[in-house]
Design a protein around this ligand. Structure first.
Ligand SMILES: C[S@@+](CC[C@H](N)C(=O)[O-])C[C@H]1O[C@@H](n2cnc3c(N)ncnc32)[C@H](O)[C@@H]1O
Length: 233
């Protein structure tokens, strides 16, 4: 089974064994299947909102990961909105993975999960396809702390992957911290591309007849934070 570099990297970031891992927005279910192969949890949950997809995932799991000798299966399929995730009891150790969706939706889903389970200790591995700065800002606001973070390039796109938890005290940096190694070409290219992106937005904003001061100052702050990162290295 061939999986992308991005999903492979997420798999390598699952170091511990969990009671439950929730592969949210799982689509094809390839990530969860790899986690099943690696025996990363007692139960791996496959969650997506599209019924046909989930039927297909169920059929494949029944075939390739059947229950052995009448034992309970080590996977479950849920065709639901991730915002309604039916987490196990709070004494269980649980990891929620959300990858491959936009940053705005990802933040909404994390917010909904936390609001529904305020007493749970939870870990999340998150890999949005856009708007990582906004995601980082929201995670910090939600008081999620950093465990680990990585930058990868896959199929000519860059992705930041964040491992955070409700228990970690390490603040989530707005532009990333331990993921950067600016001696590497990929990091230099990503930083350059990200700065250029925000500088283009800034030019666009400054051309607008009715200036939004708050928006202008936010973009300036983002640019300055990335520039500071460059000058530190
Ligand atoms: C591009 S796929 C991502 C697949 C995989 N996680 C990855 O990173 O390659 C996005 C999936 O998110 C699902 N999705 C979007 N919003 C959702 C929601 N609120 N609840 C559950 N699934 C959702 C879509 O049905 C789709 O299958």
């Amino acid at each position: 089974m061939k999986i992308s570099q991005r999903l492979k990297k997420i798999v390598t970031m699952v170091h511990s064994h969990y009671d439950h891992i929730w592969d949210c927005c799982c689509d094809h279910g390839l990530l969860g299947a790899k986690l099943l192969d690696n025996n990363c949890a007692n139960t791996i949950h496959f969650v997506d909102v599209v019924p046909d997809l989930m039927q297909e995932v169920s059929t494949k799991l029944e075939r390739f990961y059947p229950a052995v000798d009448g034992d309970v299966k080590c996977w479950k399929v849920h065709c639901i909105d991730v915002a309604l995730l039916p987490l196990a009891d709070k004494k269980n150790i649980q990891l929620v993975i959300i990858a491959g969706i936009g940053g705005e939706l990802l933040v909404e889903l994390v917010q909904a999960i936390l609001a529904k389970h305020p007493q749970h200790s939870l870990e999340f591995i998150l890999c949005p396809v856009h708007h990582i700065f906004e995601v980082r800002k929201a995670l910090a606001k939600l008081k999620l702390g950093l465990i680990d973070e990585h930058l990868i390039e896959d199929n000519q796109r860059f992705y930041e992957i964040l491992h955070v938890s409700t228990q970690s005290q390490q603040a989530v940096s707005l532009v990333g911290d331990k993921m950067w190694d600016l001696t590497r070409l990929i990091d230099q290219r990503y930083l350059q591309k990200t700065l250029a992106h925000y500088q283009r937005i800034q030019v666009g904003l400054l051309k607008k007849p009715n200036q939004d001061e708050a928006q202008n100052s936010e973009i300036t702050q983002i640019i300055e934070t990335y520039q500071a990162l460059r000058s530190q290295n």
